[in-house]
Write a protein that binds this ligand. Sequence first.
Ligand code: COA
Ligand code: AMP
Length: 629
Amino acid sequence: MGYKEVYDSWKQDPEGFWMQAANAIDWDEKPTKALFDENAPMYEWFCDGKVNTCYNAVDRHVEAGNGARTAIIYDSPITDTKHKISYAELQTRVASLAGALRAKGVEKGDRVVIYMPMIPEALEAMLACSRLGAIHSVVFGGFAANELAVRLDDAQPKAIIAASCGLEPGRVVHYKPLVEGAIELARHKPEFCVIFQREQEVAKLKDGFDFDWHGFQAGVEPAGCVPVEGNHPAYILYTSGTTGAPKGVVRPTGGHLVALNWTMKNIYNVDPGDVFWAASDVGWVVGHSYICYGPLIHGNTTIVFEGKPIGTPDAGTFWRIIEEHKVKSFFTAPTAFRAVKREDPKGEYLKKYDLSGLNAIYLAGERADPDTIEWTQAMTGKPVYDHWWQTETGYTIAGNPVGIEALPVKIGSPTVPMPGYDIHILDDAGHELPAGELGAIAVKLPLPPGTLPTLWNAGDRFHKSYLNTFPGYYETGDAGMIDKDGYIWIMARTDDVINVAGHRLSTGGMEEVLASHPDVAECAVIGVTDQLKGQLPVGFVCLTKGVNRPHDEIAKECVKLVRDKIGPVAAFKLALVVDRLPKTRSGKILRAIMVKIADGTEYKMPATIDDPAILDEIKEALQSIGYAK
Ligand code: COA
Ligand code: AMP
C-alpha cells in the first residue's frame, strides 16, 4: 500500500486502523476499543486497556531474547565520554531506581520532576517513573529556578530527580543551587530529591532530604512494571503559550505507545535493532518522543548526545557520530545545520566521514528554510525530510511517510498529513479556505492517539487555547496553506509564541518579566528574524515617568532579569529603551508591524494606528542594533 491507500484506510475506518496499530504493543489487558468519545470534544483512546510504558520500552525486548542489544549509546564530546547500555542492563538499572523511588513512597499517579542534562540517567529516571505509573515532568536545563518553581507549583511533585550539574561549552550549569532556589520560591515543597553526582561537580547534599542516586538504591527491592489504564498520564511536559504560565501538556499512556511505535517504521523507516538518533534534548518533546520513548518502544538503539553541533569539538561532530555509531535515521532542528553550515560551508569536515550507513535526515521544531535543506542535501547526498509537529501532538502531524512510500519532496513543505490528522485551513470565521489560500491550520477532532487529551490542572485553558476558536477542530496556533497536491505549508504562528534555535518561547512571558522591572512602565517583546536561530527576541521598554537613569544601564538590567527569571535558553540579549510603543487607537500594541520593520519587509500602515510617527522611532531604535535596514 502507498501513502494514499494507508491514509484513506485510516479515514474510512479510524477505529480499525488504530486497533491494528495497537497490536504492536504488549498490553496487560487489551483495550476493547480505540476511541472513547463519551466526553466529546474531550476524546480519549484505549481507556479500558491496561499497559506499562517501561515494560514496552525495556522489559519486553529482554524477554524476547534481545537483552544484549544496545539500548542507549551515550556519546558526550563535552566530557570526552562514550559508553553503551544494553537492554538487559537498562532493565536492571531502571528496576533498581524504580524500587528505590517506591521505597520512598512514590506510587502510581505521583508526580516526579526531572531536571537533568543529556546523560543516560535522564532516560533512566523517566523510565523508572513510567515503571511505577508515576507521572514525570522533565524540565529543560536551560530554564532558571523561577521557571522550575512554576512547574513545581503546577505539577506538585512528590520528588525531584536532578543531576549535580549540566555542562555547556565553557560553563558548568550548577543544577543543585537552581533546584534549591526553585524549592524556596515554590509554594509546593517536594518530599525529597535524588541527586546524580557527576564527576565534574559534586553537590553538597542536605541530610534527610537529598539522596545520592547510587546510595539511595543500595539494597532496595527492584520494582516490577505497574500496569496502568490506557488514558493514565505518562508524563506532563510544560510548553510555552501566550502568557508566562506554561501549559502542562498531558501525554496519555496507551495512545503514546501505539502512535510512537507506528511512527518509527512508517515515518523514520527504521527496523528494530537499527540505530536512531535525535540530536535534541530530553527537556523538549523531541527528546521525550525520539531520544527516549519512540526508539526504545520499537526496539531501536538510541543515542544520548551531550554536545553541540559545533564547538564540541568542531563542525564534524554530527558526521563523526553518524559514522561511528552507524546511525540509520538522523533527526535534528534546522538551526543545528545552520550552525554547521556557517562553520563549515564547504563541508570539509563532512568529507572525513563515511555516511554510507545513513538513510535519511529529518528536520523539525521550526520552519526548515530552503537554503538549509538544499545545503544539507547537497553536502550529504541524503534525502532531507522536513516534518511538522508540536509538543501537544508528540509526533508528526504532517511529514513524509518514508517507510510507507517516500513522496516527492517540495522544499519548504513538510509534505502531507499523517493518518490520524484531518487538516483544514480556516478563515477567521471558521470557514474552509480553498487550496493555496493562507489561513489558520486546524485539525478536525478527534486528534489521534497519543496527543494531548487536556492540560494538567487547566481544563478550561485547554478549551480556550485549542478548542473554542473553531468548534469541532483543534487549533494548532500555526498559519499556513494546503496546495493543490495536498501538501501542507507552515508559514507563521498565529499567537505570541516564537521559535529561537528550535526552542519554543513565549514573548508574553518575557514581557511579564520586563514589566516587573521597577523602572519599566510598558513593554513589548517581538521575535525578529535571525540567520542562525531562526528568530531572536527583542524587547522594547518605555520607562516610568521621572526615571532618569542611563538607558543602557536599564537595558542591561532587563537582559539580566530575563536570564535570571526565564533562563539562558530565552536568548534574550537585545533590549531597547523607547519613548512610546506603536498602538492602535484601542490600545493594542502593533507587534506584527514592529517585526516587519525589524526584518525590513513591507508592511501596510494600519488604518487604526494611533500615531504613525512612532513607527519611525521604532525603526531608528532597531537600526541602532543593526536591524531594520
Ligand atoms: N542547560 C543550560 N543552559 C543551556 C542549555 C541547557 N541544557 N541549553 C542551552 N543553554 C544555554 C546556552 O548555553 C546559551 O547560553 P549563553 O547565553 O550563555 O550562550 C543559551 O542557553 C542559549 O542557547 P541556544 O539558543 O541553544 O544557543 P547556543 O549558542 O548555545 O547554540 C545552536 C546554538 C544552534 C548550536 C543550538 O541551539 C543547537 O544545537 N540547537 C539544536 C536544536 C535543538 O536541539 N532543538 C531542540 C528542539 S528539536
Ligand atoms: P514545539 O511544541 O516546541 O515542538 O513547537 C511547535 C511549533 O514549532 C509548531 O507549532 C510550529 O510553529 C513550529 N514548528 C515545528 N516544526 C515545524 C516545521 N517542520 N515547520 C514549521 N514550523 C514548525
